[in-house]
Design a protein around this ligand. Structure first.
Ligand SMILES: Nc1ncnc2c1ncn2[C@@H]1O[C@H](COP(=O)(O)OP(=O)(O)O)[C@@H](O)[C@H]1O
Ligand SMILES: [Mg+2]
Length: 258
């Protein structure tokens, strides 16, 4: 199997607290991987470690390897800022810059990187907004503030902002949890489109969503309060939801706990 992301024996800490124990998993290119499991089992922590956002938290530490196309993103020679450009992230609550224009929200990363050519920035903004299925709704108000959009539109704006810098991988942490059902379906459709170009890892507490959008599903669990989270199994989504190999997975997906 071709591997875009290859995680090897990853251990994650917050100070002395061992939050996640020994995770190994691989993600093929142009694939959607869902992380599911009860609250506190480390899904967000693992996700943030995939683009070195974990270490931004004071006292937080990662041990182990995360290979992107065979290169360890934790190697001492690697610049974490460039990692975050290659592996973009979309958060639970849409977080556009509220007073900044829709257009400038999308190209904020490029401008930060020094791009000043107006025509180029306009082209990138249009391409990213089209890619995020938002262009038709905002093309006549690109100079209006991003904060004026609906929640679902704001989340698609954040996706446009993430893809504007042409990442290889998109990480999404419960991207629909603040959205209504219609906006949620719009994001799920968008994920299916984006998968043609990007590798996507999505955390979701919604098992139907995992079943709808993902190709493979990773189930995480923890033995108890204060215990580290662990990856219990990773398999094709169909398999996880029909015939998982671990009893804990079956109990979780059938709603017996969590
Ligand atoms: N910033 C933080 N500082 C200290 N502990 C944290 C922090 N973020 C998460 N944790 C702890 O790490 C564990 C895993 O959390 P998290 O990754 O957020 O779980 P999930 O996303 O599966 O709900 C939990 O015990 C949580 O309390
Ligand atoms: Mg979380």
């Amino acid at each position: 199997m071709a591997k875009r992301i290859d995680v090897k024996d990853l251990n994650l800490f917050y100070g002395k607290f061992h939050a996640v124990d020994g995770v190994s998993l691989a993600v093929p290119p142009r694939n959607v991987t869902a992380f599911i499991g009860p609250s506190g089992c480390g899904k967000s922590t693992v996700l943030r470690s995939l683009n070195r956002m974990h270490e931004v938290i004071p006292g937080a530490r990662a041990e182990g390897k995360v290979l992107l196309d065979g290169e360890d993103i934790y190697a001492t020679t690697v610049d974490p800022v460039s990692v975050r450009r290659t592996i973009g992230m979309v958060f639970q609550r849409p977080n556009p810059f509220p007073t900044m224009s829709i257009r400038d929200n999308v190209v904020a990363g490029l401008k930060l990187a020094g791009e000043r050519d107006r025509k180029k920035l306009d082209e990138v903004a249009e391409r990213a907004l089209r890619g995020a299925n938002l262009w038709a709704e905002v093309k006549d108000r690109l100079n209006r503030p991003g904060g004026g959009l609906s929640g679902g539109q704001q989340q698609r704006l954040c996706i446009a902002r993430a893809i504007a810098v042409q990442p290889d991988v998109l990480l999404m942490d419960e991207p629909c949890s603040a959205l209504d059902p219609i906006s949620t379906l719009a994001i799920e459709d968008l994920i299916q489109e984006l998968k043609k170009d990007y590798t996507i890892v999505i955390v979701t507490h919604n098992m139907q969503q995992a079943a709808r959008v993902s190709d493979q599903t990773a189930f995480f669990n923890l033995a108890g309060v204060g215990q580290p989270g662990r990856l219990i199994e990773l398999d094709d989504t169909e398999r996880i939801f029909s015939n998982p190999s671990q009893k804990a997975t079956e109990d979780y997906i059938s709603g017996r706990f969590g």
